[in-house]
Write a protein that binds this ligand. Structure first.
Ligand code: NAD
Ligand code: MN
Length: 362
């Protein structure tokens, strides 16, 4: 019996609502496999915690988390706490401290769903974005200057290191090697940002030399955003820095049905620290408490978690379960044009996973 310890941080708003459904799926996977077990500890680190304690997590929060195998994260954010506090004081320290330098974000249109891109179908929309998750524009270097003068300004440095760039590029190339098109698309902006981005381009060339069989294409971020819309079928693995990767993946999510369907993994490939799995979406205060949030993004994140833990068969089983329910079209949350609630959607996926597991065993 293999046991995995899971730290669960449900967060705010719809976070706890979608986490609940993803835990049902983990329980189902445990029953099906028989040889794995999950143990859970749940942490109430969210905006309510902040309002009570003046911080998003205890001082030793990272120390507490560091020995878990994985972290399952819902979403944080509440109108009563500024967003830069909830994000900067909880998610970003976890990503950085645990060297979760890969942010893995699949862009895949499930069977049975229509893309907002009129002429594209599920065969055209199936790629994966690898976002650098620890440096770049999200660095803490910089600050405010000359306050109370007409020259008041703010500077935030874009930090590109050789170490950080090499490791993310190696990861992206190795992922490209496992996929069908054998192609890596790289986001840059070296025509205008002439220190950091030209350095990045140089490292792309050097690392790329180790993977001569992979076709590398380098695009400026503005053109690349346009190509996401115009020719998504040409992409297989797309790699970009922290900010470019963030923006591209919300665009990608919109192309495949919206935030309710977009999963992510914050991965430490060396596994010397826990990795964290979370839906891309936030706490959605506009629909929180109504029981109508789509739990797919969070359940799909659990599928990525199974891949990471070395059980790609179970990861695929979960994703197949999600896709089959969506394709059948009977149970859909309002964001997908239906009237099912979060819980019915979760239950439908659980039943489907059980059904598919029986078929493969027989
Ligand atoms: P959001 O993702 O919470 O919501 C954007 C829109 O998408 C809303 O209309 C929402 O109803 C809808 N939506 C999101 N997830 C959905 C789901 N699962 N099912 C159905 N509809 C869904 O983004 P926002 O409104 O910009 O931010 C709200 C709060 O979340 C803010 O406080 C923000 O800082 C925070 N946030 C947190 C994270 C995170 O925890 N990683 C990420 C993004 C935003
Ligand atoms: Mn984002």
């Amino acid at each position: 019996m293999k046991t995995y310890s899971v730290a669960v941080i449900p967060g705010d708003g719809i976070g706890p609502e979608v986490i609940r459904e993803s835990l049902k799926v983990l329980k189902t996977v445990e029953e099906i496999h028989g040889g794995i077990r999950f143990t859970y500890d749940t942490f109430d680190w969210n905006c309510a915690y902040y309002l009570k304690h003046g911080r998003m997590m205890p001082e030793n929060g990272l120390e507490i988390l560091k020995d878990y195998d994985v972290i399952l994260f819902g979403a944080v954010g509440d109108p009563s706490v500024p967003d830069h506090i909830s994000v900067w004081e909880l998610i970003l320290p976890i990503r950085r401290e645990f060297q979760q330098y890969v942010n893995l974000r699949p862009i895949k249109l499930l069977r049975g769903l229509e893309s907002h891109l009129r002429y594209k179908n599920h065969e055209d929309l199936d790629f994966i974005v690898v976002r650098e998750n620890t440096e770049g524009e999200y660095s803490s270097m910089g600050g405010r200057m000359h306050s109370n003068t007409p020259h008041e300004m703010a500077v935030q440095n874009n930090v590109i290191t050789r170490f950080g760039s090499e490791r993310i590029l190696h990861y992206a190339y190795q992922l490209a090697e496992q996929r069908s098109k054998q192609r890596l698309t790289v986001a840059t902006k070296s025509n205008a940002i002439n220190h950091t981005m030209t350095f990045w381009d140089e490292i792309v060339k050097e690392v790329g030399a180790d993977y001569p069989h992979i076709d590398t294409e380098l695009y400026h971020i503005d053109a690349l955003a346009a190509y996401f819309i115009l020719k998504p079928e040409t992409f297989d693995v797309v790699v970009g820095g922290n900010l470019f990767g963030d923006i591209l993946t919300d665009l990608g999510a919109a192309m495949v049905g919206g935030l309710g369907l977009a999963p992510s993994g914050n991965i430490n490939p060396e596994k010397n620290y826990p990795s964290m799995f979370e839906a891309i979406h936030g706490s959605a205060p506009d629909i929180a408490g109504k029981g109508i949030a789509n739990p797919i993004a969070q359940i799909w994140s659990v599928s990525l978690m199974m891949d990471h833990l070395g059980h790609p068969d179970l990861g695929k089983l979960i994703l197949d379960g999600i896709e089959e329910v969506v394709a059948e079209g009977e149970v859909r949350t309002p964001d997908l044009g239906g009237n099912a609630g979060t819980e019915s959607m979760g239950n439908a996926i659980v039943s489907k996973i059980k059904e598919l597991a029986k078929k493969t065993v027989q």
